[in-house]
Design a protein around this ligand. Sequence first.
Ligand SMILES: Cc1cc2nc3c(=O)[nH]c(=O)nc-3n(C[C@H](O)[C@H](O)[C@H](O)COP(=O)(O)OP(=O)(O)OC[C@H]3O[C@@H](n4cnc5c(N)ncnc54)[C@H](O)[C@@H]3O)c2cc1C
Length: 498
Amino acid sequence: MVKQKNICVIGAGVAGLTTAKVFKARGHNVTILECSRDLGGVWEPARSYPEVQTQSPKDLYRYTDKPMPNSYPEWPNGPQVHAYLTDYAKDHGLMPRMRFNTTVVGMARRDSGLPGWTLKIRNPDSSTAQEDFDFVAVCTGQFNERRTLSISGEDDFKAAGGEILHSAQHTDSMLVKGKKVVVLGGSKSATDIAVNSVNAGASEVMMVYLEPVWRIPYFIGGLINFKRILYIRAQEEMFRAWGLSAASRVAHAIAKPLVWANWRGLEALLKFQLKLKKCDMVPTGRIEDGVNCSVPIATPGFFPMVADGRIKAIRGTFQRYDGKTIVMTGGERVDADVAILAIGFKLGVPFLPDVYRAKLVEADGQYRLYRFIANPDLPDMGFVGFNSSFCTVLCAEMAANWLVRYADSQLAKQPTDDEMHKNIDMMLHFKRVERPAAGVYGGLCVAPYHFKHFDELLDDMGATLRRRKPLAEKFTPPDADAYARFLASAPDYRVFAS
Ligand SMILES: Cc1cc2nc3c(=O)[nH]c(=O)nc-3n(C[C@H](O)[C@H](O)[C@H](O)COP(=O)(O)OP(=O)(O)OC[C@H]3O[C@@H](n4cnc5c(N)ncnc54)[C@H](O)[C@@H]3O)c2cc1C
C-alpha cells in the first residue's frame, strides 16, 4: 500500500505539466508553483522572441496522450505550442493546482525529522512564506536564468540611444524596423532573430558568432524531413553509447568505415545544400563529434540571406561599446541601434542549499543524476526535464513516469543508493572521456541516445512492451502513441490517503 504524498512541482513548463499530471493521476496531492504569470516556460508568450517555432516536428514534440491539432503545421509556432500546453493543463485538471507569480527561493530539509522539504516561497504580493512538502519535483528547465555580458561602454551605448536586449526580452519585431541590428550568438535563436530582423525591415543586420557549426535543414537535400534520418534508432546506433556489451563494441569497430562514410556524405550534402562555402561558414569539426542538444536547425532563409549580404555574419564577439559603435574582438567596428544578445542561459538550481548543490553538481559543472532524474544524496526530490533532447516533451513525460514510481518505491528495478552512484560515475566517465560531446549543458542532454534512454527507463519501470515491429523500430522516429502503450504495460498502482 503506497501512501499519498504532498508533492510540490516547481515550474509549469513542458516538464512541470506532465509531472503534475502523472503524480496527480496516481492519487498524490499536487501543488504547482510557477514564478511567471502564465504556464508554458520557454513557450510563455512574454518570453518568446518573434516568429519562434519548434525545432522538433510536431509529432516529436507532444505528450503521449495528446497529439498536436491536425491544423498545426509540421513545426508549430510559439503561440500554438503555448495553446497546446494550456489545453493539456486543462484536460488534466491542473489549473486549480497552479500558483502563478510564486517563486521558490530556498529550501531546507524538514526539521521535524519527517521526510520531505520545507520550501521558502515568494508570493505574488512579495511576502515570503514557508511550506512543507513530502516530495519535490524540480522542473525548472535549462533556459531560465539569462546569461549576461558585461563589457565596458554599455551605459554610453544606451545613453547614445542604443538598446541592449537578451534574446528572451525581444518579443516585438517592430522594435528593429528601420534600425541597425547586431545579433550576438550562433545558436538557433540568433539565426531566427537575424532572419526575423531582415523580414521586419531592419536597415542592417549583422550576426556576430564564434565558430561555424553544422546546422540541419528542416528538409535534408531539400526533400526529406530531417526526422526520418536523424531521429531513427538506426542512426542513433551509429554512435557508441554507454554500457555497450563486448559484442556491440566489435560490431561498432567493424562498421566504422561505413559509419564514417555516412557522416562524410551528410557533411557534403549540407555543404552543397546550404551553400556553406559561399557563406564562408563551413565548420571545421566533424559533424558526428558535435551531435548533442546544441545542434541547431538551420533557420529557413538564413544561409540565402548571408549569401546575398542581407545578413552580414562576422566571427568573434563583442569586446566593448564605444558610443553607438560596437567594437569586436577582431577590431572591427560596427554602428548599431539595437544589440540583441542571443547568448543563452545559465544552468542551475539556485534555490538548492549549497550543501546539496555540492552533491548534485561536480566541480566541472557535470550533474550527478541517475537516469538524468534523481540523486541518492538528495532524498525526496527528483528532476524532470533535465533529460533534455530533440524531443523534450516525450523525454519529460517518460522521466515523470519514472520519477513517480521512484518516489513511491514502485520501480520494478528500484535502484539502491550504491547502484545509483556507480551508474552516475560510469555515465560521468562516458561524458568526460568516451564522448565529450555528451558533456554539454552539464551532461544533461540525452541526444542522440533517445531510444537507449527510453529503453532504460521502461526497463526500470517494468514495462513489458518496449519496442514496435523491427522495421518501424529501426527506421522511424520515436512514436508517442507507441510510448503510451509501452508506459501502459508497466505495473499500475494507486496511492491511498492515510
Ligand atoms: C526558443 C526555444 C525553442 C525550443 N525548441 C525546442 C524544440 O523544438 N524541441 C525540443 O525538444 N526542445 C526545444 N526547446 C527546449 C525547451 O526548453 C524544451 O523543449 C522545454 O520547453 C523545456 O521545458 P521545461 O519545463 O523543462 O523548462 P521551461 O520551459 O524552462 O520551464 C521551467 C519553468 O519553471 C519556472 N521556474 C523556474 N525557476 C522557478 C522557481 N524558482 N520558482 C518557480 N518557478 C520557477 C519557469 O518560470 C518556467 O516556467 C526550445 C527552447 C527554446 C528556448
